[in-house]
Design a protein around this ligand. Structure first.
Ligand code: SAH
Length: 347
């Protein structure tokens, strides 16, 4: 069976031609799917016989809402979606002045092992498909009734560990016959998989690359991010530098402030040395509590920010949205998994 929504327009056209249909049917089916139609009988401009043929050869993905939490503070909505195989992933919808942003997942779980992150605690289960990534945008918009204008790939999973799928997703969501979301409205966040950054640079996409730095030196970074033992800070900054050279796009460095780990004046000075004179932006994130971890949020965020700004490095502190609903990713999925485990043990 063919996963129809994972097909790009040329692939869709070829698929319909393989069923003996004219090429223009490809665009018709593509358009229906990207409007969120979940049933072949809803594709009213197709003949009954073609709809039957499609039912026999293919399927349309449609995740179910397993849980939904709405923040009373700022309207942030968090979805836990159940996929067709029973796995769950999270999507967060945030309402900003500049438009509604969805934060989507790229994998079920994650294998990167960052010490502060809830998504990686139980490892990676599997990669998502292009359709499962697109569905998060489509169905969040459909369920909430809020039009999505921006996308950030900052949910569960490491996008550059599932790069082929991510590239296909970008082609789908960017397509004029689909959701038509511009590349400049999309951010991709990575823990620092250097070959992936280099591959992305070659494509010269206009999206925003966010690098989860979290420490300016390899000694500190390797303690909290195992990926640093494969690609250290030197190599990472070289790749970032080359990325900017190639794409002309300013990189955003994410920096989660952890008490006593990466938040001292020495760390700020080292980060300043790295970034002074480069075109970059630092996004300081107050660490979110993760139950399973002993790491604590730093009380020195404002001082750290001032130290960077004094050296001319733009640094902002991320506004916390949805703090009443565990809006940081990975936590809702973990709760659901634990409750299911308990339920299974009791029955
Ligand atoms: N794997 C990708 C994208 C998903 S994580 C990446 O590493 O960038 C999205 C962002 O949330 C990353 O910057 C990640 O380091 C950060 N993050 C994870 N756990 C966090 C926590 N407990 N508090 C604050 N930020 C966290």
């Amino acid at each position: 069976m063919t996963d129809l929504k994972s097909l790009t327009l040329p692939e869709m056209t070829a698929f319909l031609q393989s069923l003996g249909e004219p090429a223009f049917r490809g665009r018709q089916v593509f358009t229906w799917l990207h409007r969120g139609v979940t049933d072949f009988d809803g594709m009213t401009n197709l003949s009954k016989s073609l709809r039957e043929k499609l039912k026999e050869t293919s399927f349309i993905t449609a995740p179910q809402v397993a849980r939904k939490q709405v923040s009373r503070l700022d309207g942030t909505i968090k979805y836990l979606w159940e996929l067709s195989d029973g796995n769950c992933i999270e999507t967060v919808l945030m309402q900003y002045h500049h438009g509604n942003t969805v934060c989507i997942s790229s994998q079920v779980g994650c294998r990167m092992g960052c010490a502060f992150c809830a998504s990686t605690i139980a490892g990676k289960v599997r990669d998502l498909t292009p359709a499962e990534m697109l569905d998060q945008v489509l169905f969040t918009q459909k369920d909430s009734g809020l039009p999505v204008s921006n996308i950030v790939l900052m949910g569960i999973g490491e996008p550059l560990d599932n790069l082929d799928t991510v590239l296909k997703f970008l082609e789908l969501v960017n397509h004029p016959d689909g959701m038509n979301i511009g590349m400049r409205h999309i951010s991709l966040s990575t823990c620092g998989i250097v070959p992936g950054i280099r591959r992305l640079a070659e494509l010269e996409l206009q999206l925003t690359l966010s690098v989860s730095l979290h420490a300016p030196d390899s000694e500190t970074r390797s303690k909290i991010m195992p990926i640093n033992r494969a690609y250290d800070v030197e190599e990472l900054f070289r790749a970032c530098h080359d990325y900017f050279d190639k794409t002309g796009r300013r990189i955003s460095f994410e920096y989660a402030m952890i008490d006593g780990v990466n938040d001292t004046p020495r760390h700020a000075a080292l980060l300043g040395d790295r970034l002074e004179g480069t075109v970059a932006h630092v996004n300081l994130i107050p660490l979110n509590y993760v139950e399973e971890s002993s790491l604590k949020p730093s009380p020195h965020v404002a001082a750290f920010q001032r130290q960077l700004e004094k050296r001319g490095i733009p640094a902002t502190v991320r506004r916390r949205l949805g703090s009443d609903i565990d809006a940081s990713c990975g936590q809702l999925r973990r709760k659901e998994m634990e409750e299911r485990k308990k339920g299974a043990a009791e029955s």
